[in-house]
Design a protein around this ligand. Structure first.
Ligand code: COA
Length: 445
């Protein structure tokens, strides 16, 4: 048996600060090797973030098939989709049929040589492959095994779950949209990418604890829990309802009684400072000519001056926040009469001078073209041998000593031989035998 090569030990914390310049002493997760059994979105967002932080992420895919998203929503015929390429940067791909006996042996060797196993299969799928937590932990007591599932233990634990199911079950949909309309899902992928983020935090925490205990642990994030965590303020409001109406909701000012559950609040701001989305010059023909405007109490007088209503500064109906609550509709109408005379960017420029909190409604086109986002590496263009250049979202978390270089996603099985040789130490002869077994390539037709 050949020994497994490792990049760097990760368990020897240095007591002395590095003397190397910032950004020149490796990456935050250098030396951490991830066995990435993820697919679709929730799991891949997690492992991509860890890879951005420097982890060596080995994505295991089914021979000939790969992550199902490689072929979903294809925009370039025959090439990996943006769905796949934007969620799998900075990773290596190995194809293994983990149900083939030889394939199982390779996965076992990977388990022994990795620090973290991440998966988001449907409940029970990994067990059916033979990789129960007990088995994985026995193979490598130091490994952290991290999973995304739709639901935690309970009535729905066996269910397969996608993004919008999680948004509905986690409380987001019932609290999103307009009061008079149906529940609404949001465009932000809070179920998938949100849970991936939670899982990433669980993994780095477990790695940190392992430095002390020497042992791995099980990390599980249910998508329902992740969404609920992001809807924390709506559960806050649910409890406040038992003590009276939610006065900052515009429904209160409109005299509409509250029911027994947190209602949908349209574009009301989530905190105690009333806010709304207002038309700017060009709306509604331009669907994004809008601005979010917050009538923050400390800048109320400046707001009155800017919109040409100086008399509201002293009018008892408008001067103080509680007095304004029943008049929010009139107030936002008056502000909108002003914002409609400006483009959203002109309005931003003027309002920012007075520290009035506001934000333009940016289209994806505007975001894709925004220079400042490119300058800081939040929007990154990467080249791909098949599809050519594409845009992706770089690391949204910036570390001063661990700069992120975004790399393209791997082709299916691009690193199979490299991983078998360099990580697992298989010889050329063994690799020929493995190939013949059907463990790393699709069955011959
Ligand atoms: N070799 C052999 N078999 C493999 C394999 C490999 N390398 N990779 C995957 N498979 C098999 C699995 O073992 C499973 O087989 P089995 O069910 O016959 O035992 C099969 O492929 C499909 O896996 P599954 O996870 O059930 O995929 P799905 O397409 O049916 O369901 C989800 C997709 C997302 C609904 C489901 O995985 C899920 O609910 N995941 C948890 C929640 C989640 O992450 N949802 C968000 C997705 S963005």
């Amino acid at each position: 048996m050949t020994t497994i090569k490792r990049k760097k030990p990760v368990t020897t914390p240095s007591k002395k600060p590095s003397t190397k310049p910032w950004g020149m002493d490796g990456k935050a997760l250098d030396g951490v090797r991830i066995l990435d059994f993820t697919h679709v979105q929730s799991g891949p967002t997690c492992t991509q973030l860890l890879a951005y932080m420097g982890a060596d992420c080995i994505k295991v895919e089914r021979p000939g098939v790969g992550d199902v998203t490689r072929g979903q929503l294809r925009d370039v015929k025959g090439e990996d989709s943006l769905y796949f390429t934007m969620l799998n940067g900075n990773k290596r791909s190995i194809t293994i049929d983990s149900k083939n006996p030889k394939g199982k042996e390779i996965v076992e060797r990977l388990v022994k040589s990795c620090d973290v196993l991440v998966e988001n299969f449907a409940p029970g799928a990994l067990d059916r492959m033979g990789f129960t937590w007990e088995h994985v932990n026995k193979l490598n007591p130091r490994i952290i095994m991290a999973s995304v599932k739709g639901f935690g233990p309970g009535p729905y634990e066996e269910c397969k779950v996608y993004e919008n199911v999680a948004q509905c079950a986690g409380g987001a949909a019932s609290t999103t949209g307009f009061r008079e309309g149906p529940p609404l899902v949001t465009g932000a992928q809070i179920g998938d990418s949100g849970t991936g983020l939670h899982l990433a935090l669980g993994i780095v925490s477990a790695l940190y604890q392992r430095n002390r205990t020497g042992r791995g642990q099980r990390v599980i994030c249910a998508m329902q829990d992740g969404v609920l965590n992001l809807c924390r303020v709506k559960l806050r409001d649910q409890q406040r309802l038992t003590h009276g109406p939610l006065t900052e909701y515009s429904q209160y000012g409109e005299g509409i009684p509250f029911g027994n559950a947190t209602p949908r609040a349209g574009n009301d701001s989530g905190g105690g400072q009333p806010g709304w989305i207002l038309k700017c010059k060009g709306a509604p023909e331009d669907p994004n000519a809008y601005i979010y405007f917050i009538t923050q109490a400390p800048v109320w007088e400046a707001i009155c001056d800017v919109i040409g209503k100086p008399e509201w500064k002293t009018d008892p109906e408008y001067a103080k926040p509680p007095a304004r609550l029943p008049h929010l509709k009139q107030i936002f109408s008056a502000i909108e009469a002003w914002t409609m005379t400006k483009t959203k960017f002109e309005a931003m420029d003027i309002l920012n001078k007075y520290n009035i909190p506001c934000g333009p409604i940016l289209s994806m086109k505007e975001i894709a073209e925004e220079k400042s986002l490119r300058d800081v590496g939040t929007i990154v263009e990467v080249d791909h041998p098949g599809r050519g250049p594409y845009l992706t979202v770089g690391n949204p978390v910036k570390l001063s000593d661990s700069p992120c270089e975004v790399q393209r996603s791997p082709l299916l099985g691009e690193h199979t031989e490299e991983i078998l040789t360099e990580v697992l130490g298989y010889s050329a002869k063994e690799i020929t035998e493995i190939s013949a077994s059907g463990a790393i390539s699709p069955p011959q037709k």
